[in-house]
Design a protein around this ligand. Structure first.
Ligand code: MHF
Ligand code: KIV
Ligand code: MG
Length: 263
């Protein structure tokens, strides 16, 4: 059955975990779709794992639209989530709408943007105009140069309080999903409990409503530094299809992420 926003709400209600992987092309999209991955995130991580840059900042909206078109052709059941790239949405709600519309026309069924409370106005602008939005909080990689590296967020009580406010404001503005990256597990658990919409974690512990990994990381083919939250599912799988299936199983039965993958 086609995965929709309602499917995701129902999974949260029923305490069933949601699996998400990044995907950039049609062949992998078909394999992930077959393996039962509910959401294919066309991530701006493409700038790192496909293009070889040291950050996600060089990725353009046109490049993202191209990958969304590729993935949308391979995805039959999975929901296609398109990442808005750096510089395409931060200037104003109107700029964000134009960029989001391009990804929706390319085949995205939801868009993701990075930022906390300060992006609530933009989230409201998009959702009021028919575009489902996933809000990405915690470590927002497009702000890597402000953070001074890909580091855990929300470690001090003041930062934790800000993250709680971020999730609340974005949900209040109409975000249909909240993604938390590099957030201490107990804080992500608390935010998830207080969120009506599903939360997805990466380096945010096992108690989020779902998990996401970058495909190249979980297949063990990314040559860069391996973050703590990464597990190589290819290590114990006979095929790539098997690795995708093992990932979905591990997310569903909550054996991934383990404490060694969490902060
Ligand atoms: N291949 C890949 N995987 C990703 O998960 C990913 C990307 N690229 N590109 C965009 C962002 C950047 N991300 C990253 C990149 C590195 C770390 C990392 O090395 N973290 C260390 C330091 C932790 C700390 O100092 O707080 C770690 O041990 O996890 C984390 C997230 C997550 N995203
Ligand atoms: C790491 C995930 C959440 C992402 O935003 C991406 O792959 O671009
Ligand atoms: Mg991204």
């Amino acid at each position: 059955m086609k995965v929709t926003v309602s499917t995701l709400y129902k999974l949260k209600q029923d305490n069933q975990k949601i699996s998400m992987l990044t995907c950039y092309d049609s062949s992998f999209a078909a394999l992930m779709d077959q393996a039962g991955v509910e959401i294919l995130l066309v991530g701006d991580s493409a700038g790192m794992v496909l293009q070889g840059n040291g950050s996600t900042l060089p990725v353009t909206l046109e490049e993202m639209a191209y990958h969304v078109r590729c993935v949308a052709r391979g995805a039959k059941q999975a929901l296609v989530l398109g990442d808005l790239p750096f510089g395409a949405y931060q200037a104003s709600p109107a700029q964000a709408f134009e960029a989001a519309a391009k990804l929706m026309q390319a085949g995205a069924e939801m868009v993701k943007l990075e930022g906390g409370e300060y992006m609530a106005e933009t989230v409201r602008f998009l959702t009021q105009r028919g575009i489902p939005v996933c809000a990405h909080i915690g470590l927002t990689p497009q702000a890597v140069h402000l953070f001074g590296g890909f580091k855990v967020q929300g470690k001090t009580e003041a930062q934790a309080q800000q993250l709680r406010r971020d999730a609340e404001a974005l949900e209040g503005a109409g975000a249909v999903m909240v993604l938390m990256e590099m957030v201490p597990a107990p804080l992500a658990r608390e935010i998830t409990a207080n969120c009506k919409v599903p939360t997805i974690g990466i380096g945010a512990g096992v108690d989020c409503d779902g998990q996401v990994l970058v495909m190249h990381d979980m297949l063990g083919v990314y040559p860069g530094k391996k973050a703590r939250f990464v597990k190589d599912f290819m290590a114990d799988a006979p095929t790539i299809q098997g690795a995708f299936e093992a990932y979905v199983r591990a997310v569903k039965d909550q054996t991934f992420p383990a404490s060694e993958h969490s902060f």
